[in-house]
Design a protein around this ligand. Structure first.
Ligand code: GLY
Length: 391
């Protein structure tokens, strides 16, 4: 697949990281005591308070910059942000939702892994407690949004697969299996309902609050309930690869392959996905962030295949990741601060369609997680990165 597409070279990888780190360094004065908004406006991120679901990605970029350069200036800035994340979970500022993993894995699990910061450890464990407080016995899932138990919010979303590594980490760290058990039960529910027969995905899935039975798939940010939102598919790809890594359950890796196949089959020739995979040509906006996320998923799975002795598959996914990253490098990478102060252009946060329920924002812009996963994929390619999302 995509036989003629070029791969990112080692020189390009290093150049891309050098550029990224320079932009991150230049941004520290803007976003150390403030956070970075979820998406840019004209490729410039507004500052914001630490109250969005996306605030963990920027400190994640700062930790990656610290790892790449060894420069303490990144560590000092990231530790100031750890204090902010500690206060956020202690004071319960905008934490009544499931995105505790997106918030606390790149900001605090990273800090603890890299510097043994005990405040970061405590913050991440409190976040894991907050996440499991949203588990619904009836249906066996972590409720994504809204008042717990409310019928109009009795659903989970595929994105949550990326919140579960925080739970695997919390069990490994404390020796208490309750976090892991909930992660496994949520994943079982997700596998039972969120993947269609052709391995496309529902963004959100409603359950019956009285019986716990599956009710229906719906979308919030995708084009339509029966289409496949590009980022939802990408969360599925990476989430399954990480689920395998954190549990050793082969069925997750087998499903990863199928869900990846669907994603690849809907890519246009230039490999940058449209915001919803129902679009395969034309002028609809792209979502470059989905390509960054999938590249991380492919590299994660490649390592697993390598360990299983399945070298051909490992090689296949490494090549595909390098092709996706080369496409991002050629068409989306910010080269200097005049082009913007994010790292990757042409992301889409939420695009309104006649059928979805999202608030339109961040269309054809830089998005915080697109930048973070771009850097993560580049770091993964070094072959020696100790992943924040592993238990
Ligand atoms: N988790 C929400 C999003 O990916 O936009």
């Amino acid at each position: 697949m995509f036989e003629k597409r070029p791969m990112l070279t080692e020189d390009e990888r290093r150049r891309a990281l050098d550029i990224a780190v320079e932009i991150v360094r230049g941004n520290l004065k803007l976003y150390t005591y403030s956070m970075q908004n979820h998406s840019s406006i004209g490729n410039i991120y507004p500052q914001c308070a630490n109250d969005q679901w996306t605030c963990g990605f920027w400190p994640g970029e700062v930790w990656l910059s610290y790892e790449y350069t060894g420069n303490d200036v990144f560590m000092y800035a990231a530790k100031i942000m750890v204090d902010s994340f500690y206060r956020r979970i202690v004071d319960k500022v905008e934490v009544d939702h499931h995105d505790m993993g997106f918030l606390y894995t790149p900001s605090c699990v990273s800090a603890y892994k890299l510097t043994k910061d005990l405040k970061a450890r405590e913050a991440a464990l409190l976040a894991a407690d907050q996440l499991i407080s949203r588990f619904q016995e009836k249906g066996g899932f972590i409720q994504a949004w809204g008042k717990l138990g409310a019928e109009d919010n009795y659903r989970y979303i595929i994105d949550c697969l990326l919140n579960l590594p925080l739970l695997y980490w919390a069990s490994a760290e404390t020796g208490d299996g309750k976090y892991r058990d909930i992660a496994l039960r949520h994943t079982a529910t997700c596998l039972a309902n969120s993947f269609r027969d052709d391995y496309s995905t529902y963004h959100t899935f409603f359950m019956d609050p009285k019986t716990g039975a599956p009710v229906r798939g719906e979308t919030c940010q995708g084009y339509r309930a029966d289409s496949s939102w590009a980022r939802g598919q990408a969360w599925g790809v990476y989430g399954l690869a990480l689920s395998y890594r954190n549990t050793g359950e082969r069925k997750y890796l087998d499903l990863f392959e199928k869900v990846s196949g669907y994603f690849l089959s809907k890519l246009p020739e230039d490999m940058i996905p449209y915001w919803d995979l129902i679009f395969t040509e034309g002028d609809e906006p792209r979502d470059s962030s989905s390509a960054s996320i999938v590249a991380c998923g492919f590299l994660e799975a490649a390592d697993s295949y390598e360990k299983l002795g399945e070298k051909d598959k490992a090689e296949e996914y490494r090549i595909l990741a390098r092709k996706l990253l080369k496409a991002l490098y050629d068409t989306c990478m910010v080269e200097n601060r005049e082009d913007g102060i994010g790292l990757i252009l042409h992301g889409t946060y939420s695009k309104k369609s006649p059928y979805n329920t999202c608030t339109p924002e961040g269309v054809d812009e830089c998005v915080s997680w697109g930048d973070y996963y771009w850097m993560e994929a580049l770091m993964r390619l070094s072959g020696a990165w100790n992943c924040y999302w592993w238990a």
